[in-house]
Ligand binder design. Structure first.
Ligand SMILES: [Zn+2]
Length: 76
């Protein structure tokens, strides 16, 4: 499998944190997906997308425990 962005062939499964934006909040969801080690392009398969959609629903329904890891700040 070659990277569609940089044409490199260094795509490895990696653990990454997917950023999910809900309102003004950002929630990180750890997932393991193929990532191009040259340009950083991430590849999502159907299952991963479905998983992320499920997690988003659970977060919106407040069915998961979240803890704060940082703050989102805006330039005043
Ligand atoms: Zn690439």
């Amino acid at each position: 499998m070659k990277c569609i962005i940089c044409k490199g062939d260094n795509i490895c499964k990696s653990r990454v944190k997917e950023e999910l934006k809900i309102g003004e909040d950002i929630i990180y969801i750890p997932i393991e997906i193929p990532v191009c080690s040259s340009c950083g392009e991430r590849y999502y398969d159907r299952r991963t997308i479905q998983y992320l959609e499920n997690e988003e629903e659970k977060i919106k329904e407040k069915k998961v425990n979240l803890h704060e890891v940082g703050k989102v700040l805006e330039y005043a």
